[in-house]
Design a protein around this ligand. Sequence first.
Ligand code: NG6
Ligand code: CA
Length: 509
Amino acid sequence: MSRIDRRTFLALPALAPALAGLRLQAAAARPNILLIYADDLGYGDLSCYGATGVRTPNLDRLAATGLRFTDAHSTAATCTPARYSLLTGEYAFRRKEARILPGDAPLLIEPGRETLPALLRKAGYRTGVVGKWHLGLGRGAVDWNGEIRPGPLEVGFDESFIMPATGDRVPCVYVDGHRVAGLDPADPIRVSYQAPIGSEPTGAKNPELLKMHPSHGHDMAIVNGVSRIGYMTGGKSALWVDEDMADVFTRRAVRFIESSQASPFFLYFATHDIHVPRLPHDRFAGASTMGPRGRAIAQLDWCVGELLRTLDRLHLAGNTLVLFSSDNGPVVDDGYMDEAVEKLGAHRPAGPLRGGKYSNFEAGTCIPLIANWPGRVKRGVSDALVSQVDFLRSLTSLAGLKPGAAAAPDSVDVLPALLGNSKRGREEVVEQGSTLSLRQGRWKYIEPGKGERLNKNVNIETGIDPEPQLYDVTADRGETRNLAAAMPERVRAMKAALDQIRAGSRPPR
Ligand code: NG6
Ligand code: CA
C-alpha cells in the first residue's frame, strides 16, 4: 500500500460522519411526495380557482403558499385512462382497453412495468396508494373472497387500501392489500355485470328502497340505499358506508404517513370525492349552498387539511412536495338526482372553459393543479402547459432517476415548471376526449369525429364535430371561434403532428 493509500485508508473511519452527512443531504434532496388526486373536480370547483357556493380554505392556502397552474391537464376526460397515464407515463389512447372499466375488469397495468411507484420504490421510497383505483384487478373473473392479485402491490406499491373501481360500481367494498377488508367468509361476495344475482332487490325494481335515485343508469344492486352499476350479493360485513368513506381513506392515509418516516415516501391519495354518488358526511351539512356536490367539495378540502396537518404535526412539511390535481373535468348530473343541477346557482364548475367531463373541449382535461413544497416550489401562478403524463419523468427526476426511453414513452421531465423555476412546460400535448386533440402552445386542434354534439344524459357538449376544429385558447379560452377554415396550414400541420404521435414516431416534447 502506498503512503497516500495508507493515509486515506486510515482516515476512512474519520470520514464516516461526513459520509453520513452526505447521505442525509441526499435524503433531504429527495422529498416525500404526496399526490392528492380528486375525482371529477373541475377547473372552477375550488375557491382559489374562482368557485362560488363553497369554500376550500385548505386548498386555497396550499395554492397561496405554493404554485397554482392555469394550463395543467389530465391526459383524458375520464378516469381510467387519466389514471393509467398518471401511473405509466404513457398516453392511454395507445391501449384500447384503457376506457372506463367495470368493477370486475382485469388489471390494466402489466406487473413488473416501470410505473411511477415502481421507479420511486427503486429510488428508496416507501410507496402507498389509498383511495380510488379503477385500473382493474386480477386477471379476469376475480374471486373477491380469495387473494385478489395482481393489483397495486404488483405494480409498485408497498401498501394499498383501495376501492376497486368507482363509488357507483360494485363491489362496494374496500380492498386492503390482496383481500377484501372486513369480509366474513360465511357470507361470500358474488359480482356480476351481466345479470342480476338471485332475487336481490335492484334500483330498477325497488325504487322504494332508495335514499338517492338514479337520473340515468345506476339502477342495479342496492347498497346503503343507493343503486349502483353492476350486481352483487353477500359481503354484508364488508360493504362500505358512503358517508364514512372520506374518513376511512383519510385515516388510512394518515397512518401510512405516520408509519413511513424512516425513508422518503410516495403516497398516491385518490379521493372518491367528488364523484357520484355524492354522499358526504353529515358534518358537512351547512358547508355549501350547492347541495351534495358542493358538500363533497368541502369534504375533499377537509381531507386535504387533515393530511397537511399530519405533515405539520410530524415536522415533515418542509421536506414534502404536495401535488394536488383531478382526473378529469366536471360533471353536474352524472347519473343521480342529487340536486346538483337545481342548486348550482352562479357556480361554474369548469370556470371559463367549455365542455366538461367526457368532452373534447378544454374543460375535459384542464383541471386544477397545485404544487407546494415550502422553500422549494416558488409561490405564484404558472401558465406553463403541463400534463399528468409528465409526473412520471418529473417526479423520478426529483428522486434522482432517469428511466430509459422504453418506460413512460409520452412523459416529459417538466420538473423545473412544476417547481416554478421555469415558465415553460411542454411544447405540445395530446388530450383524449371522445376523439383526440392536440395542444401546441396556444393552439388546440380537435380531430374530426362522428357522434352527437351534446351528451344529453349529462348535458355536456362532446366537442365532436365532423369538421376539424382549431382554437386559439390564449385569445379565446372558451373555444368559441373555430379558426380551422381560416388557417388550413396550421390544421394540416397539427393533424400531421397528431398522426405522428399516434404512430409513436414523434418524440414527446
Ligand atoms: C359512466 C357512468 C358515470 C360514471 C362514469 C365513470 C352511467 C350512466 N354513467 O358510465 O356515472 O361512473 O362512467 O366516471 O353509468 S369516471 O370518473 O370514473 O371516469
Ligand atoms: Ca373521474
